[in-house]
Design a binder for this molecule. Structure first.
Ligand code: ZN
Ligand code: ZN
Ligand code: ZN
Length: 109
């Protein structure tokens, strides 16, 4: 993905900081920390479903749903946490322990 321009990042930050609905559908939002506004976002080393802000160390879920292909973003109110597995629930209803998977302990490659 192209590096995010500061101006564009700032606008997205201002917009989604308080209204997080729909942030999962904004590709550039994956590169913005909604806590501090930083664009220094990197994959979290110990969790491939999470991203991590290098500046304030906030981490959040952001990944592609393996069942329907939509983006899941833990900051979006439409992707609430699952009470069973703690992962985020996709708008399709699937999550890490979801019945759609049919398994919860398979090692992902
Ligand atoms: Zn941050
Ligand atoms: Zn899904
Ligand atoms: Zn779950």
């Amino acid at each position: 993905m192209e590096p995010l321009e500061r101006e564009r990042a700032k606008k997205l930050f201002e917009k989604y900081r308080t209204h997080r609905d729909g942030i999962r559908n904004v590709p550039e939002a994956a590169q913005i920390c909604l806590i501090c506004g930083s664009i220094h976002i990197i994959p979290k080393p110990d969790n491939d479903k999470m991203l991590y802000c290098r500046d304030c160390r906030f981490s959040f879920y952001r990944y592609i749903c393996p069942f329907c292909g939509l983006t899941v973003d833990g900051r979006d109110p439409q992707n609430p946490g699952c009470r069973e597995c703690g992962e985020r629930i996709c708008t399709c209803g699937a999550c890490g322990c979801g019945s759609k998977a049919g398994r919860s302990d398979a090692a992902e490659s």
